[in-house]
Design a binder for this molecule. Sequence first.
Ligand code: 5GP
Length: 190
Amino acid sequence: MKLLKEQIIKEGKVLSDTVLKVDSFLNHQIDPLLMKEIGEEFANRFTDEVITKILTIESSGIAPATMLGLTIGAPVVFARKRKSLTLSENLFSSKVHSFTKNETNDISVSKDFLSANDNVLIIDDFLANGEAVKGLLEIAEQAGATVIGVGIVIEKGFQKGGQLLREQGVRVESLANIKSLENGKVEFYD
Ligand code: 5GP
């Protein structure tokens, strides 16, 4: 997606060979016009599928997921990161190791908002090692829902998540795929 790649080049900050900061339009401040285009692009990529629910994880997945939801008229559910699961039993839950924070979070979704009748599209901001998506796939599986695919705003193709998911037969569509962040420079796959 051309506009997204341009924005990454213009405003992205390469923090290391593996971490890209895009706080000015995705992870802290949000660019609504870019998010709108991102939502429309996801809708185009999955136009062949019936999506009854969009599943993401707080907090940075919520903006792109909501813009997709607005475009296709489907509700968005975001997994919450919780410290304790003892407060409620009405939850689907899994564990996610955070690549950027180097900590493991329990994530959960209320059983009220996901069921075996759902065709789910998973959305997230970044794909690195695939831990967040794996956690969301587990939650969808617990619900008995059908996962039709995964939409990612920025995939870092030099990390293993995308390959692992595709090898498992999961359809992954990323709007920008980064080949390298070496020497402080962002390089994309074509
Ligand atoms: P994964 O679970 O695939 O290893 O990592 C994806 C999650 O970690 C995303 O939800 C995202 O929040 C965070 N993440 C991974 N890599 C980056 C990165 O380079 N920059 C930012 N801002 N977040 C990242």
